[in-house]
Design a protein around this ligand. Structure first.
Ligand code: NAI
Length: 703
């Protein structure tokens, strides 16, 4: 077996011991690594001729933390673990330095803070991202970081979870020296010679006082977290720990952190965030398509339609540095669209989100044209014209002839059959796929990559790779009305509207949903998106509605009055600017439609609202999974988190249902089924509940 930890002497001065960590790819603290480091340090401490140690993570140079592969598995009792390594690092009397390269995040940074000296190469990222996984740093990070950089900076780093670079680390006091990547080991070892020669007790983070700019920073941080990270526990725990660092002796603070860390690790919040973390990794993989299938190179793009979506999609390309041609039918529409795109970029610069130079660069990537010929040379064409099958078919028939061979032809359709659209692209069917962006396309993270019957494997791979390049969370969806997200969202909105007729107000329904953690309520979202879109879809699909099944006409009546939501100032709410207040005319409409449907309103509880709306998502999600429209329950969760504002810390609807227990969810659905239409339990849900299994089990066994 190759040694995980090596002990050598520095060629520049053999009094310096080099402790190498050789555990690719990220030098994680697998079984044997912490123990290896500690025994190497003990040897150095006892060796008469050694004056200091430099720990050098090998290979990539990255210093990992806990090894995820060992999580949940028993750790041999006699083997020191990560926590014990960090606890003991600063007990050595000879100075211990560590070289940080590329990144030291989480446990990696905590190890380094246990050392006496940190030397980082330029650009190395240093951070405590644990909060993103629903936990505080658990290896002394909340105690040592404030001692090194002050409580203010530590709160920023621990609550934001985003790393700082080596230069900022030097300025903040987190690192002692920044060196170039070339010759980094020599420079760091020479620094250790200097420090050892200076003599004195090597500095320990634990001995420093915590600088606090103002005692009010903790209360202010709690207030900010309550607003920006509503519903989350981990940020509050992090604040408590940093406050403890400021107010209690080091060892007490460390014990406090340990206790809260262990509680958080076992929490629903951490389980949900871990689930999302792994779901994001999984979503990039498509069963049956391996790494040998390469994405097609995309150097240029064209977008058809400069409307709401086309404009947003063009922005996505420009923001990612990809030259894009925006194409419209006539000059007037093109001019309007291009102006909106340029205004958005300028707005970003005005708000200071990008520099003026970057804004100019992005605008320079935009070009425009009239007619499909302008798309002839593009590597990918994204169609975002009206939602009309005939229009789309005629466009794809032309694109098949006009565009260069091998270019990818994508449609942004929300509901239409991508197989039918692809069939129109004669001879090019395998180059066609759906790329379903969400509005506003330049902001929303979700991208449904729709795999049609004949979509080539490398075209699908290209869609996923493009998603990543555009900074999206891309999820593979099969062809079916509304794909994954919109199909489920319809069920959720349907229940929300039924609840109005049963006695709830818009504000109560939306309040219950946002209280659960949704970014916005059902009615507020629909008013924002524009009620006319859903109305057109309902009219187009009216023939598909099961005869005699319950149907709420509230949304239709609203649209008949010309109230399309925010854009007309009135919808489920009335608007003054963007501020909603109750629509005074709505109650009468709801009462009238309920009377017509023979529904007698009663009282509706918030719990009932949450169950009806979210169980509707779960039941439809199970059907989607079984039909193969989604590859995994985890993909469905990502869809709802990134496209519909479902709280990430609840892990998505399917994970949330798993935590409740599928038998319990099924029992409620069965009960609803005796009272309302549309509640036939999904066969997959029944099957899993019977076997006392979860959607996560299904993912493990099937995807
Ligand atoms: P829109 O009406 O704002 O824009 C459509 C644009 O396409 C118009 O500017 C129109 O002039 C242009 N156009 C029509 N035929 C054309 C042609 N032959 N060549 C070039 N340009 C042409 O519509 P919107 O909302 O942008 O929707 C576009 C597509 O995106 C639809 O398929 C829609 O279902 C889908 N979508 C819409 C979402 C939304 O929230 N609005 C969300 C996701 C997808």
């Amino acid at each position: 077996m190759v040694d995980l930890v090596t002990l050598t002497r520095w060629s520049g001065d053999n009094r310096i011991a080099l402790v190498g960590i050789e555990n690719p790819p990220v030098n994680a603290m697998s079984i044997g690594v912490p123990g290896g480091i500690l025994s190497a340090l003990t040897q150095v401490n006892e060796a008469d001729d050694a004056i200091a140690t430099l720990i050098v993570p090998g290979g990539s140079g990255i210093l990992g933390g806990a090894d995820i592969k060992t999580q949940g598995k028993p750790w041999p009792e006699e083997e020191p673990n990560l926590w014990e390594l960090i606890r003991d690092l600063d007990t050595f009397t000879k100075p211990v330095g560590i070289l940080l390269r590329r990144n030291a995040l989480g446990g990696g940074l905590e190890i380094s803070m246990g050392c006496h000296y940190r030397i980082a190469t330029e650009g190395t990222k240093l951070g405590q991202p644990e909060v993103k996984l629903g936990i505080p740093p658990g290896g002394g990070g909340t105690q040592r970081l404030p001692r090194l950089v002050g409580a203010d900076r530590a709160l920023d780093m621990i609550l934001g979870g985003d790393p700082i670079d080596a230069a900022a680390g030097l300025e903040a006091g987190l690192v002692d020296l920044v060196v170039g990547a070339d010759g980094a080991v020599d420079a760091a070892a020479a620094f250790m010679v200097e420090r050892a020669a200076a003599g004195g007790k090597p500095p320990r983070a634990r001995d420093q006082a915590v600088a606090v700019s103002d005692p009010g920073i903790f209360a202010a941080a709690r207030e900010k977290a309550a607003k920006r990270m509503k519903g989350l526990t981990a940020p509050l725990v992090c604040i408590d720990c940093v406050e403890a660092a400021a107010n209690t002796p080091f060892d007490e603070g460390l014990a406090f952190e340990r206790k809260l860390f262990l509680e958080c690790v076992a929490s629903d919040e951490a389980a949900a965030l871990r689930h999302v973390f792994f779901a994001e990794r999984q979503a990039k993989k498509v069963p049956g398509i391996d790494k040998s299938v390469e994405a097609r190179p995309l150097a240029t793009a064209a977008v058809l339609g400069a409307g709401t979506m086309g404009g947003g999609i063009a922005l996505c390309f420009a923001n990612a540095g990809i030259p894009v041609t925006v194409i419209e039918r006539d000059e007037a529409a093109l001019e309007r669209g291009m102006k909106r795109i340029a205004d958005t970029i300028d707005g970003q610069a005005t708000k200071g989100r990008i520099t003026a130079v970057e804004a100019e660069h992005r605008k320079s990537l935009l070009s425009s044209g009239i007619g499909l010929e302008a798309a002839a040379a593009a590597d990918i064409v994204v169609e975002a014209v009206f939602e009309d099958m005939d229009v789309k078919k005629s466009i794809f028939a032309d694109l098949a002839k006009i565009t260069k061979p091998g270019s990818v032809l994508a449609t942004n359709t929300s509901y239409l059959d991508v197989n039918e659209i692809a069939a129109a692209a004669e001879g090019r069917e395998s180059d066609v796929l759906g790329m379903h962006f969400f509005s506003p396309a330049n902001i929303m993270r979700l991208l449904e990559v729709v795999r049609a019957e004949k979509t080539a494997d490398d075209v699908l791979t290209t869609g996923l790779a493009l998603g990543a390049r555009l900074g999206k969370t891309a999820v593979v969806a099969g062809v079916g009305h509304g794909f994954i997200g919109n199909r489920m969202f319809q069920q959720y909105n349907r229940e929300a509207e039924f609840l109005l007729q049963e006695g709830a107000s818009c504000a109560q329904v939306d309040g219950a949903l946002t209280g659960f953690g949704m970014a916005m309520g059902s009615f507020a979202v629909r008013d924002l998106a524009g009620l006319d879109i859903g109305w057109a879809n309902r009219k187009a699909t009216a023939h598909l509605r099961p005869e005699g099944a319950r149907y709420s006409t509230v949304g239709d009546v609203i649209c008949e009055k010309g109230w399309f939501g925010q854009k007309t100032g009135k919808g489920f709410y009335v608007y003054e600017g963007r501020k909603p207040s109750p629509n005074p005319d709505l109650e009468a409409i709801i009462a009238e439609t309920a009377r017509e449907a023979g529904i007698i309103p009663g009282s509706v509880t918030d719990k009932m609202i949450a169950q009806r709306c979210f169980y509707a998502l779960v039941n439809e999600g199970a059907k989607i999974l079984e039909e193969g429209i989604a590859l995994r329950a985890g993909d469905i969760d990502l869809t709802f988190i990134n496209g519909y504002g479902f709280p990430r810390w609840r892990g998505g609807p399917m994970h949330w249902a798993d935590r409740i227990g599928l038998p319990q969810v099924l029992a409620a659905i069965r009960w609803f089924d005796t009272k309302h239409d549309f509640w036939t339990p999904a066969p997959l849900l029944e099957k899993l509940a019977r076997a006392n299994k979860t959607f996560a089990d299904w993912d493990r066994e099937n995807a």
